[in-house]
Ligand binder design. Structure first.
Ligand code: ADP
Ligand code: MG
Length: 313
């Protein structure tokens, strides 16, 4: 066992916006530039923590889907393959950025680093399959003739896919072994490649799992001490985007649950983050934080973000 094994395990879930911000063209150079701030902090934090890094893939998987649909010369690939592709692409970007950050920070002997393709098991009978709700990919000005479900949004028609509950992370054993050895592990990208159990193994399925809920499941299955969700706002707010908006600093799980029930956090964006924090705490976790990608270190120090703590029992 090396000396890193004794360090507490920190999970950081990086929002899709850590790479590709709303309104940007989304070139590779922009994506690398956006990663610099959070990754520089992660490199420094790796001195005090073992790190588990998960990430979103919304914009990237949407772009890949668009590329699939714009080329008729080669067979189209299903969504689970595109999720796998984004795990490779974003894993590579985070790895190479971290390597550069270790050098920039003068960290001569950085921890070993690996990004891992991850499947996440979902239940084929999950009610989410009957009610696809997660919009992905391009906006269509007219309703396209398509063999997939669509919803009409203010900006046009959009494909929707099911977003089932993550049941278990298939690679949890590998992730436990690697983190115990002190590896920094990048995994569960885009919520994981969705699969269902079949007699002889796993079968991929057309769905997109929420990356915050998948991260909470991972945290519970691997045994994480500190759970951090990094996004494009300073934390969870009450009366968000209204004149009385105020960001929450430190709240109990009971308070978070009551704000969640009162509809303070939008479904599909802030609600799953708060839900993920609550699940992490219910599963025995101690501290859960939601913060801006630029504030990782400040949030862990207690100086930024929204912290949700376990209820006194
Ligand atoms: P990510 O890619 O990090 O998962 P999301 O867009 O899914 O980002 O979630 C972050 C967004 O949640 C913010 O940009 C904000 O617009 C939205 N949001 C909805 N409700 C709230 C709230 N109550 N407090 C803060 N942000 C909120
Ligand atoms: Mg999100």
């Amino acid at each position: 066992m090396n000396e890193r094994a004794a360090l507490p395990l920190l999970l950081v879930a990086l929002g899709g916006n850590a790479l590709l911000r709303a309104g940007e063209e989304g070139t590779l150079a922009q994506q690398f530039a956006n990663l610099a701030a959070p990754v520089r902090q992660l490199a420094r934090m790796a001195r005090d923590y073992r790190l588990l890094i998960t990430h979103g893939n919304g914009p990237q998987v949407g772009n890949l889907l668009l590329q699939q649909e714009s080329c008729g010369e080669v067979p189209r690939l299903p969504l689970e393959i595109l999720v796998a592709q984004t795990q490779g692409q974003i894993g590579y970007m985070i790895e190479s950025s971290l390597d550069a950050a270790f050098m920039a920070e003068g960290i001569a002997d950085p921890p070993p680093l690996v990004s891992l393709l991850s499947y996440v098991v979902v239940d084929a009978a999950d009610p989410a399959f009957a009610h696809p709700s997660k919009p992905i990919g391009p906006f269509y000005p007219e309703r396209p003739a398509a063999n997939f479900p669509l919803i009409e949004t203010p900006r046009g028609w959009r494909r929707v896919v099911a977003s089932p509950e993550p049941r278990t992370i298939v690679e949890k054993r590998e992730i436990r072994l690697l983190t115990a050895q002190g590896f920094i592990v990048i995994c569960c990208g885009g919520g994981g490649i969705p699969v269902v159990r079949e007699a002889r193994g796993f079968q991929g399925i057309d769905a997109v799992i929420d990356k915050d809920l998948a991260s909470a499941r991972l945290a519970e299955e691997v045994g994480v001490e500190l759970f951090l969700i990094a996004t494009d706002v300073p934390g969870a707010a009450l009366d968000f985007a209204g004149p009385r908006q105020r960001f929450l600093r430190k709240i109990s799980a009971a308070e978070a649950r009551s704000h969640l029930r009162a509809g303070q956090f939008a479904p599909g964006s802030m609600a799953p983050k708060v839900e993920a924090c609550l699940r992490f705490l219910a599963g025995g976790g101690r501290r859960a934080l939601i913060c801006a990608v630029a504030d990782l270190e400040a949030a862990v120090a207690g100086d930024a973000g929204t912290e949700i703590v376990r209820d006194e029992s």
